[in-house]
Ligand binder design. Structure first.
Ligand SMILES: Nc1ncnc2c1ncn2[C@@H]1O[C@H](COP(=O)(O)OP(=O)(O)O)[C@@H](O)[C@H]1O
Ligand SMILES: [Mg+2]
Length: 377
């Protein structure tokens, strides 16, 4: 997948941006607070993902502007497409999102059209941070390969919040009498059905991810360290990729929910399920999260992100666009080279503050970003 042109006006501080990209390497160079991340973020939003800085729609619009207008033209092996989103200051709720001129209801409706992978300094915490970071990472990764997965996640989360609300009210009742658990059964069946499906997909994805990360990590460490990555379920001891999520896994999931009912009522929420699972990494048999050095943790995160890009390229038949925001400046030169070598066949947008970085690169385009304006260097 290749972005050919980016147009952005009134997106935060960006003004009259109209650039044609190189099919491989694009470097956005500029001092701090000039609009580099804003451009990366505008592109990311066009991939149908939420802003990685959790910006609200009304904050898209430049402080002294009346509207935001972003357009991206891109091509895959089959066709050329165009995404556009526009927000007016006096009608923020009435955002206009179009794909090839056809109106879509939400920015998230664009998901699955323009596949991007964003990599920011926060992602370097992936292996050390809390499990929800890793769950989000694999969920987004699976959804990019199989967009319908998002529906299963939404279903699960809806049922989970209903079940939790019921558990909370039962927890309060517990003080006076023994609560009637039959109401929970309505939710348990549905939760187990969605949860079993999610577990199987995540498990299968992590198995695949492990194959790629193992090799990447071996190469980053010149064969000195061995990485193992696996999915840790709070429901299943082991999942076989051939399991049937509608029968075997469903039954096991349901029985685990039933077994945990008393704990759940006492806690006032659902104590086990895919919302509490994790992705574990071990280096030479030791948990990265507890024992990994910062350098090791970063290398694991790099391997996970690059592996995801490689899997997505293989599964979808299209290479994703890599958005690297400030990530290279955080890494030593060996790891910088490693990233650049392993994403060589993809289109890349990189931000950086330092011209010295550019001198090491051959080919591609360099842009200068200044006060929200972007020009070819
Ligand atoms: N809604 C907005 N309107 C105008 N400027 C904004 C808005 N939101 C953020 N900014 C400005 O954008 C700049 C930060 O841009 P950013 O892309 O993060 O910079 P960098 O080049 O360091 O990545 C800041 O100067 C900030 O004040
Ligand atoms: Mg920035």
């Amino acid at each position: 997948m290749i972005i050919t042109d980016v147009y952005a006006d009134g997106y935060k501080n960006l003004s009259g941006v109209n650039i044609s990209l190189d099919p491989n390497m694009n470097i956005l160079c500029g001092e701090n607070a000039q609009g580099k991340t804003n451009l990366i973020e505008a592109v990311w939003l066009c991939s149908g993902c939420r802003s990685f800085r959790s910006t609200r729609d009304k904050d898209f619009i430049g402080f002294d502007r009346d509207f935001t207008d972003v357009r991206i033209d891109f091509e895959d092996s089959l066709r050329t497409q165009s995404i556009r989103f526009a927000v007016k200051k006096n009608a923020v709720k009435d955002k206009s999102v179009t794909l090839n001129g056809v109106k879509l209801p939400l920015l998230s409706s664009l998901f699955g059209q323009l596949n991007c992978i964003a990599f920011t300094p926060a992602d370097l915490e992936l292996s050390k941070g809390s499990p929800d970071n890793r769950r989000s990472f694999i969920d987004l990764s699976i959804a990019q390969i199989k967009p319908s997965y998002v529906n299963a996640l939404n279903t699960y989360n809806n049922i989970l919040s209903q079940r939790n609300a019921l558990l909370k009210s039962m927890q309060n009742m517990l003080k006076n009498n023994c609560p009637d658990t039959s109401m929970l059964e309505i939710w348990d069946g549905q939760l187990a059905a969605a949860g079993a499906y999610i577990s199987l997909l995540r498990y299968t994805y992590c198995n695949n991810l492990n194959k790629y990360t193992k090799e990447l990590y071996y190469n980053i460490t010149d064969g000195k360290e061995k990485l193992l990555l696996y999915y840790l379920s709070t429901i299943f001891n082991e999942i076989s990729e051939n399991s049937d999520y509608k029968t075997d896994l469903y039954e096991l999931y349901l029985s685990k929910l039933k077994k945990s009912i008393n704990d759940d009522i006492k806690a006032g929420f659902t104590t086990s399920g895919v919302h509490r699972d994790d992705v574990i990494t071990e280096i030479n048999g030791l948990l990265t999260r507890n024992f990994g050095s910062q350098g090791q943790a970063r290398s694991v995160a790099l391997a996970m992100k690059i592996a995801h890009a490689q899997i997505l390229a293989k599964e979808s038949g299209e290479t994703p666009v890599m958005l690297l925001d400030d990530v290279l400046s955080e890494l030593d030169s060996k790891r910088q080279k490693f990233i650049l070598n392993n994403i060589r066949d993809m289109q890349v947008l990189i931000t950086c503050c330092d011209d010295k970085f550019i001198s090491g690169l051959t080919g591609g385009k360099v842009f200068s970003v200044r006060e929200g304006r972007i020009s070819d260097l």
